[in-house]
Ligand binder design. Sequence first.
Ligand SMILES: CC(C)(COP(=O)(O)OP(=O)(O)OC[C@H]1O[C@@H](n2cnc3c(N)ncnc32)[C@H](O)[C@@H]1OP(=O)(O)O)[C@@H](O)C(=O)NCCC(=O)NCCS
Length: 194
Amino acid sequence: MEVKTRSESVPAMLPPRLRNTKRSYLSTKLAYNIGRLHGLGLRLYLYRRIGMKIGSNVVIRRGVYLASPNELAVGAGTFIGRASLYCTGGVSIGKNVNISDGVVFITAKHDVNSPKFEAEYEPIVVEDWAWLATNAIILGGVTVGEAAVVAAGAVVTHDIQPYSIVAGNPAKVVGERKRQQFEYVPGNYRPPFL
Ligand SMILES: CC(C)(COP(=O)(O)OP(=O)(O)OC[C@H]1O[C@@H](n2cnc3c(N)ncnc32)[C@H](O)[C@@H]1OP(=O)(O)O)[C@@H](O)C(=O)NCCC(=O)NCCS
């Protein structure tokens, strides 16, 4: 039996990289290491140096996983816990958003009917004041509306209307958030050893 070398066999098995550029691979690798450093200020400085667009007063917790962070923009006052954000298709997070630990953003998928298992990318938009609770999963192409709440463990497959509370898999509306002048800034939450 003919044994193929790695260089012969692997490229044919990989899906086409439509948006994955050398830059996105490099920023993923750098962000992986930056994300493990102690010191929020140091991490934010380095994240900005590798091309992430980050507003003022933002927390990105140690241990986060950011793929293609060069495609990620984070608004002022936002808190991002130990989430896994796959940003290759583009992710825009607004101001004063709260993203709890374990949240997953997935902007890439495969066309399961394509003989080549083609990769497809769709962006995710999260509007101001939204809260994505622990372990929520947000799929590509979704907009989470202003001040919407995604309950723990929800799988969000469609746009979420502003101020609605959604839960479950697939996520469905289970309530409505009160419209009011918010008086908190998620990025002000600074527990020790961030
Ligand atoms: C978002 C959240 C706070 C909403 O809580 P709430 O407004 O008190 O909602 P309720 O408990 O009134 O639930 C409303 C309905 O949705 C359901 N529901 C609530 N959370 C749910 C969830 N995570 N998954 C599935 N269903 C859920 C409830 O069973 C209830 O349904 P019912 O009326 O048929 O009994 C809560 O769902 C949640 O996610 N908690 C975890 C918070 C978290 O991640 N904290 C991390 C630190 S920031």
